[in-house]
Write a protein that binds this ligand. Sequence first.
Ligand SMILES: [Zn+2]
Length: 313
Amino acid sequence: MTPEELRQRLDPIVGREGAPQHAPDPVNEPMIRHWCEAVGDLNPAYLDDDFAAASLHGGRVAPPAMLQAWGMPGLRPRGEIRSGPMGEVLALLDAAGYTSVVATNCRQEYARYLRPGDRLNVTAQVRSVSDEKKTALGVGRFVDQLMIYRDIGGEEVARMEFRILKFRPPARATAEAGTGRPRPRPARSRDNAFFWEGVDERRLLIQRCDGCGRLRHPPGPMCPDCHGFDWEAQEASGRGRVYSFVVAHHPPIPPFDYPNLIALVELEEGTRIVSNLIGVSPDDVAIDMPVEVVFTQVDPDLVLPLFRPIPGR
Ligand SMILES: [Zn+2]
């Protein structure tokens, strides 16, 4: 699609008002309370019946900045998001390669306070779609949307101008996977230096508390049981069992291979360690599978203790 063709298809949509969408819930006190707790706004006009009744509001009101929450369609919307003028514009921009989205600006105007029991509907129109712009995220187009919130009597209670950038994502993650970019370096500190020095010598060292004998990993300065600071390093056999695992598919982060098999291994000495499993496909991993450490040169100056199934077990 050429820029001219895209413009021809966008123009009839711009300025058209979509059908009203009904807010899923009336303005209500539980949602107000959760929102206030989440943002740390403890204004008693929102939360305290007695205070609100004696205030100029004469009863509880909703925080104005909570406006957008009332029109949210939920985590699994029933088709509303991709319908209407905004949905049509987003579909056209997706088809033209602007597949990523970021919200860039939001401006709200309030005509009155909302109160518990108010039932709202929202209409949306796309006000403009810009020509292609170069941004730090990539080339894209700004889409300005106007949403008008009305109560059940048709009175406008608020409006919101919402601007997004639809942009072409740089092909970074996929292009960089497998290009030899090194794995992140472990952060060596005074607490864990012994562990990484052990790995450099192909030894798996585990901290053991001098006070109570408890093993712990990852390394730390204090025993979580007896709060003692004295410890020694004990060399582990390197054998253990898969206590739990996950198979990460997305997002692909270079230079890791995907699917990325990450396991929590319970060492036979009794503490656990997170690492990658190698030499096994995700379909063949099982909880309790016996595994052993294999010190692996993952790049020229990094050795990591990875784990593989014990052959013949
Ligand atoms: Zn201890």
